[in-house]
Write a protein that binds this ligand. Structure first.
Ligand SMILES: Nc1ncnc2c1ncn2[C@@H]1O[C@H](COP(=O)(O)OP(=O)(O)O)[C@@H](O)[C@H]1O
Ligand SMILES: [Mg+2]
Length: 353
């Protein structure tokens, strides 16, 4: 029978595109009026919502399927101040600015910083693919692009847009159900220079940790800028439980700088959990060509007393996937998917500290 209850049930299955919760759960349904087969639905939004049309289409499409419905009309209104306060409570934001260690620990189960001694070794590529692999396994994954000068996560993960500010929090952009992403690239264009001095940089990174509305993260992956700079120190200070994954090529110079990163980790109390050797070899028709030398990653891992969690070959498709926003870990061949899945699982199996 067509009644308010059956309409509410349908609405409980439709999510706000930005807040990712259903309209009923967020108490956004103001009214449901049914006259014969005509259904009129009032929905209150947070104000300035850019998705009105999409929401209306969604609601009309789904409610129309109910038996006995001849027409559906959606009328939007804005939430009152009190309703906004309640909404914030529901979403668990707004009360506290939250940069004390206890509230930071609540952001994610594990915080993993991906680091390298120098640029161009594939750190961002690995971060993007590891995130995609973990998301594929069903984990809720945040990606914080902390390389504010040389951000590449938006392009590599294929996400673009301007994050919405909600109250005093930034809503991260989403990809699929399991990825939440924030990058300086969402706020400025790629050809704009970013010139920040230490304190401002520190502030930007801190905000990306505490002022972003990260939701129920299993992992927060952080793509660090190359080297042993300020950003790493900021992260170490803000997140005492952060773990460090070191990416290197097999080349000696790369491993030397990488070991500097590890030493710095020691000083900053970040825990090194493993080494990933990237560009380990080139698969030349079944024969492995060790273009950048051999076993550099293995030696570094031994030196650090941690596991070598992956050896990733040079493959054209990895570069193509990164350039086109389709990480091979989720959108590549079976072999590529399982390679990154193996790395993801090795990391999942490590005990968080
Ligand atoms: N295993 C790989 N095979 C092929 N190309 C790769 C591989 N890893 C990284 N690349 C490419 O190398 C370049 C540098 O990688 P990037 O992730 O931007 O390095 P970093 O973040 O360390 O500076 C990118 O163009 C990327 O697509
Ligand atoms: Mg990078």
């Amino acid at each position: 029978m067509l009644d308010k209850e059956s309409v509410m049930k349908v609405l409980s299955g439709i999510k706000d595109p930005e807040l990712k919760r259903s309209f009923t759960e967020l108490d956004m349904v103001r009214s449901v009026d049914i006259t014969g087969g005509e259904v009129k639905i009032g929905i209150n939004l947070t104000g300035g919502c850019p998705f009105k049309e999409k929401i209306a289409d969604d609601v009309v499409a789904k409610v129309s399927k109910l038996e006995g419905v001849s027409s559906v009309k959606v009328e939007f209104g804005e939430m009152t101040k009190e309703q906004l306060v309640q909404l914030k409570e529901k979403l668990g934001v707004g009360q506290k600015k939250g940069d004390d260690p206890a509230s930071i620990a609540k952001i994610a189960r594990r915080f993993i910083a991906v680091s390298s001694g120098k640029g161009g070794v594939g750190k961002s590529t690995i971060t993007a693919n590891l995130a995609a692999a973990l998301a594929r396994l069903g984990f809720q994954v945040g990606v914080l692009d902390a390389d504010v000068y040389g951000f590449s996560i938006p392009r590599m993960m294929g996400v673009d847009g301007v994050p919405k500010a909600f109250d005093d929090k930034i809503v991260p952009l989403r990809k699929g159900d399991n990825l939440q992403i924030i990058s300086m690239g969402f706020f400025i264009s790629e050809d704009e220079p970013v010139i920040w001095r230490g304190p401002l940089l520190h502030k930007a990174i801190s905000q990306f940790i505490t002022d972003v509305m990260w939701e129920n993260l299993d992992f927060l992956l952080m793509d660090l800028p190359p080297g042993t700079g300020d950003v790493t120190i900021t992260i170490a200070q803000a997140i005492p439980s952060a773990e460090l994954l070191v990416v290197t090529t097999p080349q000696a110079t790369a491993t030397n700088v990488a070991s500097r990163v590890a030493k710095m980790a020691d000083k900053t109390k970040l825990k090194v959990i493993g080494v990933i050797e990237n560009m380990a070899y080139y698969d030349n028709q079944g024969q492995k060509d060790y273009i950048f030398g051999k076993d550099g990653g293995k030696k570094l891992a031994e030196k650090l007393g941690v596991a070598l969690v992956g050896e990733i070959p040079l493959i054209t498709s990895i570069r193509e996937g990164a350039d086109s926003g389709k990480p091979v870990a989720s959108e590549g061949s079976e072999k590529e998917i399982s390679m990154f899945e193996g790395i993801a699982q090795a990391i999942v199996a490590m005990k968080p500290r």
